[in-house]
Ligand binder design. Structure first.
Ligand code: GUN
Length: 291
């Protein structure tokens, strides 16, 4: 029987642990605060940010939300980040990506105070992660590690194929998986749009992580029997539903399920874990800033 990995259940356990840590901080007079900044009218980004705010409320983190008109000058965003950096009630800052084209994404990532960088995207924090001294692990890769751990899949010595080389998921995840640490010690192959024969790579993997943003790219025939499949993709595809679309992953679930020993669904797999690890980073930031 194929195990369907329940990201909602694992995320709920993580949130429960966090609530204890938040209570301890509150007893010491510190309420963790997370600022989310949205400079976009993309409906998916709006949904993600509102879910993150709802999560904060649920666990007792103060959520501060700033919306900036996507047509506004870039300076408005840079100044907002400066203000949030200086605000002692804000322990974590997240600027929802992508930002509009006239905004310098690298400047945004560099401007967030590294100790408040709940996403772990600041170059200092990227460097620390690569050096094996992570301060904040980026939320999705960290969530993938926690899902594998919860499923009882030991990564040590395993062949892992990561499909996708993004700064947000593929690159940091590959780095975490090769580290000499729990949840690491794997042999990692990173595939992308220029990979010559993707199926030849995925077919020899013990674990496949798809994070490429192409609907149902990875199919059952590209997988070996018993493989663990983690699907990071969330793609809106046109469908005859009330909303006019449906969400599908980067994996063709039905055919992949026939081969997999364990597989994440979309939705309900990686998504809730990403959100839980954001709360984790916020609580960690609050603890360190109040030390
Ligand atoms: N856009 C898509 N994923 C993410 C994420 O993990 N963090 C931020 N800030 N923006 C995103």
């Amino acid at each position: 029987m194929t195990e369907i990995i329940d990201g909602n259940a694992v995320a709920a356990d993580i949130r429960a642990d966090l609530q204890d840590a938040i209570s301890t901080l509150k007893d010491a007079g510190v309420t963790p605060g997370l600022a989310t900044v949205l400079m976009s009218d993309d409906p998916a980004s709006e949904t993600y940010v509102s879910m993150k705010q709802r999560d904060c409320e649920e666990v007792g983190i103060d959520g501060i939300h700033v919306e900036i008109d996507p047509e506004a000058p870039a300076e408005e965003l840079y100044e907002t980040i400066d203000d949030l950096n200086a605000d002692p009630d804000v322990h974590g800052i997240l600027v929802q990506m992508p930002v509009p084209d006239h905004v310098d994404t690298r400047r945004v990532l560099r401007s967030i105070a590294p100790e408040k960088d709940a996403d772990g995207f600041h170059p200092e924090n990227v460097g620390r992660l690569v050096a094996g001294d992570a301060r904040f692990k980026p939320c999705t890769p960290h969530g993938v590690q926690k899902l594998l751990e919860s499923t009882g899949v030991d990564t040590e010595g395993k062949d892992v194929v990561v499909v996708g080389r993004s700064d947000i998921v593929g690159k940091p995840l590959a780095n975490l998986l090769i580290q000499k640490a729990d949840g690491g010690n794997a042999t990692v192959t990173v595939c992308h749009s220029r990979t010559k024969d993707l199926a030849a790579k995925t077919n020899q993997a013990d674990i496949v992580v798809a994070a490429v943003g192409v609907p149902e790219l990875v199919t059952g025939e590209m997988l070996s029997d018993g493989v663990t499949v983690i699907d990071v993709g969330v793609n809106r595809v046109d469908a005859d539903t009330e909303k006019g679309y449906e969400l599908v992953g980067d994996v063709e679930f039905e055919s992949a399920k026939e081969k997999a020993g364990a597989i994440t669904p979309v939705p309900g797999g990686v998504g809730p874990m990403t959100r839980a690890m954001l709360l984790y980073n916020t609580v960690k930031a609050a603890g360190e800033q109040s030390d």
